[in-house]
Design a protein around this ligand. Structure first.
Ligand code: ADP
Length: 627
């Protein structure tokens, strides 16, 4: 900002200065021409006097006093008229001794007649060089004017000097209206003409001693105190131009233009004179324009800097954003790579898991098959254990059948058809009973489908008991059945649940073997959406070891060949498959109690059971009976 302001200031100043300089030059030409014209008007006038015979006569050395006096009177009149017509200040003739011999102002008391002007520079110059031009102040009346002197001579010698004093007041007055101060200085730097009246007879440069002495002697400026103007040269610009400073003088002057401050001074020598014309152009306006331009440039620079700053900031912001985006992209890429790697790992792990699951399914299928086999084996084991009782059970009706059929034959031979009929009816009843027993066994031994269906638990309990009926009767076991009404219906595989019940009752009967009052209690009721069935015996209860390892495969406390230790684990597995649970504990009043919890069956309409629940065990029997 400062630099651009400074540059703009200097540029504007230089341009302004150049403009002022051109204007000043123009003024210089104008003023010089007008001055030249003003002076030139009278230049020939003193020389013309030489042609006047009266003047010649007045100055001729040969003339006597009387002739000279008459010549003088004529010349005086002539000069008076000339002065009046030409409009000059004075016109007079000086003899070679420097004394005024004729003058236009001869009538006036303060006229020049008889005055000795031999010391005046214009006289001396004219005597020496033929002409003299000096600006000065009159010694008699103290009137400033321009003295034009011309030597008057006849064919042999110089007779005297004719002088015309011209006033330059008119010129000065016309200068008073110019736009800039203008002044004319003599060869010593004394201002002889000026558009500022106060500057007149002041010096532009200090006067040296010789000049002062010369002025003293010639009284060119009539002993006026020549005060310095106080012009200080700041810088020489060449070609007669320089920057100057004028100090403010004591009193304010009423002028058209400023008379103090910084100026451009342009000077030129006036041809044919030792004078210098100087035009002063004030630079205040140039300074002001330069200052305002500098301010504008500084503001523009500030604005541009701000704009550049904003653009730079924006560019940086964009760059940052780009970098952030790139970083995000690379992070994203890395993440994607990681995800891809993890996905690959995961799919490998998944594949492994799938393989494992498949393996497990295979194992489970194998296990299930093994479990099915075991269930079957368990059933067969139970049947094996029961075989003695069954054989005994079947033996009795068989013996009765044999006896009855033998008797029937005899009664038939006798023709006693009535008794034969009774026997045959008995035989039919016995066959029914035997069919019932074998039917139950077959149904128990049958492999289950594993499908869940509505199973009325009272009926399942009856079926289980019928398998063990012989043992119950044989052991004299008291049965206390408490099945809620309406009969609770479980949602399970009926055949398998019967096997579970057979196992539980079988274990209870085993436990009560040798008891004095064996008693088996069974409670069955609905609880919420579940069915509870408790089998309690009055045996010794579960030992501590049995409690800890109750559902462990092959745990048994029974004799080898009697127990396999698979009954409870298989039962628990079946119940679990049905979505239920089996727990065993000791009853507080003695004996063991096993609690079977099964899901409650949905209503018959929703269950969509094709076959009648609990039908299979009786179905075979019915068929048998029909056969
Ligand atoms: P097993 O009957 O072939 O021994 P289980 O799995 O059915 O196999 O029974 C395991 C063991 O649990 C039995 O050997 C017995 O010690 C114990 N146990 C089962 N039920 C009862 C019960 N009601 N009273 C006492 N102990 C029982």
């Amino acid at each position: 900002m400062a630099l651009s302001g400074l540059a703009a200031f200097q540029l504007a100043q230089r341009m302004g200065l150049a403009e002022v300089r051109a204007t000043g030059m123009h003024r210089l030409d104008l003023y010089a021409a007008s001055l030249q014209r003003e002076i030139g008007k009278y230049a020939f006038l003193p020389g013309v006097l030489e042609l006047e015979s009266d003047v010649q006569g007045l100055l001729a050395p040969a003339s006597d006093e009387a002739a000279r006096a008459s010549y003088a009177a004529k010349v005086n009149n002539y000069l008076e008229q000339l002065n009046e017509r030409a409009g000059t200040l004075a016109a007079y003739v000086i003899n070679t001794q420097g004394r005024v011999v004729a003058a236009s102002n001869w009538r006036r008391a303060d006229g020049y007649l008889g005055e000795d002007l031999s010391f005046r520079p214009y006289f001396l110059d004219a005597m020496r060089n033929g002409s003299g031009r000096v600006f000065g102040i009159g010694t008699t009346r103290g009137e400033p004017g321009y003295y034009l002197a011309s030597a008057l001579s006849d064919s042999q010698q110089t007779l005297g000097v004719a002088v015309i004093k011209v006033s330059l007041d008119q010129l000065e007055q016309s200068w008073a209206t110019v736009e800039a101060p203008v002044l004319v200085t003599d060869e010593h730097g004394v201002a002889i003409l000026s558009s500022v009246s106060d500057w007149k007879f002041s010096t532009l440069r200090p006067l040296d001693e010789a000049a002062r002495a010369a002025f003293e002697q010639s009284q060119q400026y009539s002993r006026r105190a020549l005060q310095p103007l106080g012009l200080q040269i700041v810088r020489e610009l060449g070609n007669g131009a320089r920057l100057v400073r004028l100090a403010r003088s004591g009193q304010e002057m009423a002028t058209m233009f400023p008379v103090s401050g910084q100026f451009l001074a342009q000077s030129r020598l006036l041809p044919g004179t030792p004078w210098t014309l100087t035009v002063l152009s004030h630079l205040e306006q140039v300074e002001q324009v330069a200052q305002s331009r500098a301010l504008a440039a500084a503001i523009a620079a500030a604005f541009l800097s701000l704009l550049a700053l904003m653009l730079n900031e924006r560019r940086r912001h964009l760059r940052d954003r780009l970098a952030a985006r790139e970083a995000l992209q690379s992070a994203n890429d890395a993440l994607e790579r990681k995800v891809a790697r993890r996905t690959a790992d995961l799919s490998a792990a998944n594949q492994q898991l799938q393989d494992e699951v498949a393996e497990r399914i295979r194992t489970e299928a194998t296990l299930r098959a093994a479990q099915d086999e075991l269930v079957q084996a368990g059933k067969l084991a139970v049947i094996g254990q029961l075989s003695t009782g069954i054989a005994h059970e079947l033996n009795q009706p068989l013996t009765a059948l044999r006896t009855l059929s033998g008797n029937s034959l005899k009664f038939l031979e006798r023709g006693d058809t009535a008794t034969t009929r009774v026997n045959l009816e008995r035989i039919s009843q016995l066959a029914d009973r035997m069919g019932h027993i074998t039917g139950q066994l077959r149904s128990f031994a049958r492999k289950s489908s594993g499908e869940r269906q509505r199973v009325p638990l009272g009926q399942a309990l009856d079926n289980a008991l019928s398998v063990l009926e012989a043992r119950v009767q044989h052991g004299g076991v008291q049965l206390r059945f408490d099945v809620a009404r309406p009969e609770p219906v479980a949602w399970c595989d009926g055949n398998r649940i019967e096997q579970v019940l057979v196992n539980l009752i079988h274990n209870a009967l085993d436990a009560m073997e040798g008891c004095e009052q064996p008693c088996l209690e069974v409670h069955c009721r609905t609880q919420g959406d579940q069915v509870l069935l408790c089998v309690r015996d009055h045996g010794p209860g579960l030992s501590e070891a049995a409690q800890a390892r109750l559902f462990e495969p092959f745990f048994t406390t029974k004799e080898p060949g009697v127990g396999l230790g698979l009954g409870l684990p298989l039962s628990a597995g079946i119940v679990r498959d049905c979505g239920g649970s089996l727990t065993g504990a000791n009853h507080p009043q003695g004996g063991a109690i096993f609690t079977l919890v099964l899901p409650l069956a949905p209503p018959a309409s929703a269950a969509a059971v094709s076959a009648a629940p609990g039908a299979p065990p009786t179905e075979g029997l019915d068929n048998e009976r029909h056969e």
